[in-house]
Design a protein around this ligand. Sequence first.
Ligand code: PEP
Ligand code: MN
Length: 270
Amino acid sequence: MPVLDLEIGGGEFITMAGPCSVETEFQLLATASHLCRSGARILRGGAFKPRSSPYAFQGHGLEGLKMLARAREQSGLAIVTEVMSETDVPMVAEYADILQIGTRNMENYSLLEAVARCGRPVLLKRGMTARISDLLRSAQFILDNGNPNVILCERGIRTFETAMRNTFDVAAIALLKQISHLPVIADPSHAAGHRDLVPALARIAVAAGADGLLVEVHPNPDKAWSDGDQSLDFDGFDDMMADLAPWLALRERTLPLREAVGSRSLEAVG
Ligand code: PEP
Ligand code: MN
């Protein structure tokens, strides 16, 4: 799947990284400039934030999109950012290279229809209570409405387990790679909920066959306006990337995971 000069789901493992929320120009530009030197290819950052509390920071909106565009200019990184409302889709598509559909909107069909028609690739996050078949149905809805460029994202699901923020469904990554031709990205940050666990989940995602990662990184996580607990600082990001290298090298020596495509059909998951 082409995004600027990148190919997602091709030979290169693609890391998307950046803050949960776009906060200040300084925060974003400092993060982008560090990330592009440390191997990330796409900058993430929310300008529209779906928050559990109405009193929490809701994002800078258009101002945040403009900051993202300036960060792309300065760093060369492509931009992925969330869109929450169908009326905002044309505006977000003007600034972003990939539109993110958040977990809370995976089944918002008017939003899915709008992103299907926007001409940009879509990063579709799995709903926190969605089955794999539900995720694939939402992806199919976008495809059927004219946009073949859908990236699936496993970000953890809700289970009875409360030790982590979510339960990272690593089997979903392996299964999606078998039954779907779409690229699969893993988000270890929202799955873990705590930064200490993020590198381990990232390694597991590589082993399961993910095409890339979506990771939260902040210059000063303890001061982050959202999701600080699960955000890596710059050194933490560099350590994670260094740790991933041997796992990626190991994967290249194993049978190409793509060979399994088509061996199980969508019917296999209902
Ligand atoms: C995010 O990426 O910051 C986010 C809100 O993700 P999710 O929709 O998976 O909770
Ligand atoms: Mn977040």
